[in-house]
Design a protein around this ligand. Structure first.
Ligand code: SF4
Length: 352
């Protein structure tokens, strides 16, 4: 399987990869001012791999993915930078181009299928409509395709259940229906936004396994948006950690979860239980709250919550914004030296 690579590329350059996001900026006008939801984000994804994007609410992870789907057609949003998908630049693309891509080459799986599926139509009709719209097939062919997809995602007795309505299904089965609908046109990219958050742990594991199996069969790339590092560890090849609209760490799952370098990533990892650690060891959530994106802190946006800024020269963290480095591979946006990062991480691990 091809690995996902990340590069820092400037605006104007078209990446060679399958999906290339370059210097993305997304802001919204509100009554209180301009919210800078994403501020200078770059990453690339190659075919057939999963990129996990993690961060707290308001970190910009969902907005990034809505931008890939064409959010900028909203009159309240402003978007800058470039998003290259296959041979198409999406930031400057027309509404018609985006509509042809959405549901066809790029599909979305939402957290709550009940809000994404219409309660008034059978699931067969809803899955089939997506197929007919993009492939121009007959109703009969679309229905056959819907049954085929329901079988692929493990819905028993698909030939009968195709005529059921969403409320006839359990939460886990509804999420399988959503996955069938997302994959019906054989998309190249699936964006899954917290796809298992509403499910219990057993069903969550089944859905993640299903996504992995379908990815292996169909070669689909997946962007998995989640706040759950366990889901990332189980599913993703690579990770992008976002904080307050910016990337603060990126790398393979092994690098970012095994030898994390950014204080925010340490905080995320300290706030979840570790397999094998004593139950007496308390979890340590990141102190404080995420900043307002109406008026984000100057310098490193994490500095008001960071316990290590005193190790960096006076005022640097609160005045100068650190950039993600190096250009490729495991990178982070923090002024601590690599040696300091390694020593602090070792101490944190010994304390758990
Ligand atoms: Fe903390 Fe400074 Fe690193 Fe930001 S740059 S994470 S404030 S040490």
């Amino acid at each position: 399987m091809t690995a996902v690579t990340f590069t820092e590329t400037g605006p104007g350059r078209r990446g060679d990869s399958f999906l290339s996001v370059q210097d993305l900026h997304v802001s919204f006008s509100t009554e209180d001012g301009v919210v800078k939801a994403v501020d200078g984000l770059s990453f690339e994804v190659e075919k057939g791999t999963t990129l996990g994007i993690v961060g707290e609410s308001g970190s910009g992870k969902s907005v990034t993915n809505l931008a890939i789907l064409g959010l900028h057609n909203s009159e309240h949003a402003e978007i800058g930078g470039e998003i290259w998908f296959e041979d198409q630049e999406l930031v400057g693309a027309s509404r018609g181009t985006l509509e042809r891509l959405r549901g066809n080459r790029i599909a979305m799986i939402f957290q709550d299928p009940l809000t994404a599926l219409s309660p008034f139509h059978t699931i067969g009709r809803q899955i089939g409509e997506v197929y007919r719209k993009h492939k121009g097939t007959s109703k009969r062919e679309a229905r056959d395709r819907a049954i085929e997809m329901l079988e692929r995602v493990g819905i028993p007795n698909a030939k009968v259940r195709v005529d059921d309505y969403p409320h006839h299904f359990s939460g886990g089965m509804r999420q399988r229906v959503m996955i069938a609908m997302a994959l019906v046109c054989d998309p190249a990219l699936v964006i899954a936004d917290e796809p298992t958050t509403a499910l219990d742990v057993t069903v969550q594991a089944q859905i993640l396994d299903l996504l992995k199996d379908l990815q292996d069969q169909m070669g689909t790339s997946i962007i998995l948006i989640t706040h759950d590092l366990g889901v990332v560890a189980q599913t993703a090849h690579n990770v992008l950690v976002m904080y307050a609209g910016r990337a603060v760490e990126r790398g393979t799952v092994r690098e970012v979860l095994g030898t994390p370098r950014h204080p925010y990533t340490w905080g995320l990892l300290s706030s979840v239980p570790r397999l094998g650690s004593s139950v007496d060891v308390p979890l340590k959530p990141v102190r404080g709250t995420p900043p307002s994106l109406l008026n984000p802190p100057p310098g490193c946006r994490f500095h008001p919550r960071c316990d290590y800024r005193n190790l960096v020269g006076p005022d640097l963290c609160s005045t100068e914004q650190p950039e993600l480095s190096p250009e490729r591979g495991h990178g982070d946006a923090c002024y601590l030296t690599l040696q300091q990062k390694q020593e602090i991480h070792t101490q944190l691990m010994e304390g758990r």
